[in-house]
Design a protein around this ligand. Sequence first.
Ligand code: ADP
Ligand code: ZN
Ligand code: ZN
Length: 815
Amino acid sequence: MAFAELAVNTPVLRPGSFSYSIPAGLEIKPGQAVWAPFGPKIVQGIVLEVTEEPAFGQTREICGVISDTPLLSFHQLKLAKWISQTYLSSIYEAVALMLPPSFERQSLAYISLESSPPAAAKNPSETLSPNMQKILDRLKAKDITPQNELEKIFGKKTAQSAILKLINQGLVKRTYRISPVRAKTKFEKHFRLSVQALAFIKNQTLPKLSPRQTQVFNYLRENPGGISKSGLNLLVKNNSAVLKALEQKGLVSTEERQVFRQPVDYSLIPPLPHLELSPPQKKCLEFITRSLNTPPEDDQNPRTFLLHGITGSGKTEIYLQALAESLRLGKKAIVLVPEISLTPQTIARFAGRFPGQIAVLHSRLSPGEQFDEWQRIKNGQADIVIGPRSALFAPLDKPGIIIIDEEQEWTYKQQDPQPRYHTRTVANKMAEEYGAVLVLGSATPDIDSYFKAQKGIYQLLELPERLTPYRGASLPKTELVDMRTELSEGNRSIFSRNLQASIEKVLANHEQAILFINRRGGASFIQCRDCGYVAMCKSCDAPLTYHPDQENLVCHQCGRHYPNPLTCPKCGSRRIKYLGMGTQKLEEETRLAFPQAKLLRWDSDVIKSKNTHQQIMDKFSCHQADILIGTQMVAKGLDLPDVTLVGVINADISLNLPDFRAGERTFQLLAQVAGRAGRGISGGKVVIQTYSPENYAIRSAVCHDYPGFYAKEIVYRQALNNPPFRKLACLVFSHLNHDFCQQQAKLMAKTLREKAEAVGLGNLEILGPAPAFIQRLRGRYRYQLILRSPNPAEFLREINPGQGWSIDIDPYGLC
Ligand code: ADP
Ligand code: ZN
Ligand code: ZN
């Protein structure tokens, strides 16, 4: 008897696989999808392994196959295992990254009347609650009903308890059915001349045809490849009767053919030639080409490249030519871009260079389109896959090159659900497994990537300058405004005199301005308006967060409380301000200050429908507004020709988030704003307002000095044992009850500390418990623990914290 280890599609409390027996006569291969019983339900399972002995004693039988051939390759199964171990997710959560779109189907519960209720229940009305009676009446009228329909009518809790009582009394029963398929292969009729028709033509024995029949017949005679139903509809209207007649006369043969729903109309994209590379570009490409042409086992050099160059320095052109080289060698490729850069223009640039060879995968495609693009890739019909982080898991057979553009972007880290993987980390692992080359591109590399490049773990490639049409175009003039001086000289507005005057000038010249507030989350920290002092935790060096409900300051790293100071501890001033300016508030203030200006706001509150990013950009680029207000997203709009001013309202907000990456984040945002000179802004200027003009991140960003920033930042990282010197893991416990939540977090901290001591892990720090940055989320309280050590995942794997805990290895941002 044979057994299979399955990853099952249902919430499970342990990370591993489940053992099943394979019924006689059923052939099962690793990577195949099957149906398997789980409790009272039937669930989907992916075969990880076929074995002779089950890993666990008692096994149930697999019910049947979902896919005849494996959906996942050997390499993908191996990668999934690695992901689940590295990020402490269930094996199914890791496998799910690689499954076809719309694959997942749940078991849905259905309720129906028990056909022969027990005698005792024959006359039950006195024991039935009104709700139970109502449910019974419905079932009598409608027979079988989905449980979720009853839940909608009666409320979830009420319905569930009433149903449970009815089941216990033997009056109704619950069965499970699989939810319907959301997307499937699309077929279309395709018509050709039949073999018999060719014989008729040869022997000149064609039957008589009507004029419309003749029209179709002649078309098919001239086009031996035939025509699809939709193609024919364009040619001859209402053609059903015509076709039927031709079929009956034996002249036309019909078949069902798969059609691929394509998200992009490639026929509209003009082909683009390669550009002649500049000498620095040529040098970078040579290094990549050399690696592509060297078998990994013979390669003495790192096969991950960090391509560092400001926007417009020609990185994309290098990607394109590296892709061409990979395809020339017969190896496919993956190109990852941040979701927001996945615009029609980006796709056109790749599709124009590689006509017919591109597949695009992203969440804004319809389920049908996603499904078909996935199938095309799986069938080997696409050479290059472009998409956001999830495209890394496209079913390409062993890519030869993986490119990650703007590798520093935080969208490359998956936050929820598990596995909370980082694309860069997984791509490195994949490249190693497949012998592929990995290219990371950025204007402001992630500290971790630059550190690895400095250490020689990556090869560093640099593009020093901006290219045509920008070559020689200067970066915009950047002015730093000290807001403390504004205040001391009597200006209490959020606009400095410089920014106020600059906006007025823009409006007078009918140009455009962008106002930018680099704020995410709801942090509110406190700052002295006179000296710029920010309240910090003594043991964590992290800014304290103000909690209005408790009237005190809390460190979100270690949980320590501090009294809320009434005067500044540094200069004694009473002017202490709670900062928490958002885009809406900025819009209000701008409207008051410039009532004549037309405003447009761009933030995640406004982005509701799927195309709004593009719509807002379009609206702004055709000058339907004078001032665009937004968060970091607006940095993309800086290439517009009419934009001559960019104002950063308060550069300190992201600087003072209680997160060790705050400096890096601030540098990235400001450098992007200050360095993204398009045609327009090069004539204009950037105004950055700050209370801490001497801060290293702000100073380096203004001078476009990445190495200078890195040199300072890496020292801080080392001093505080932060990444890349140590790794972090964030554990969050959430619960409706505050005290219980806090207790559990304390308990876990104790368990972890004892365990660490027992195994002698001296270099493992456990910080907390502290309230999570978002202390209450969807009604649930959240407490967090932070682990800092060379390998916290390894330590946590042994512990398996269990229900209520979520684990984030290498967290980005605040939990
Ligand atoms: P990045 O990806 O670094 O922002 P791009 O590759 O998009 O840079 O290049 C910026 C601009 O310069 C684009 O308009 C591109 O067409 C052009 N460009 C890039 N390389 C060359 C080249 N070798 N010769 C001429 N123009 C180039
Ligand atoms: Zn002060
Ligand atoms: Zn602290």
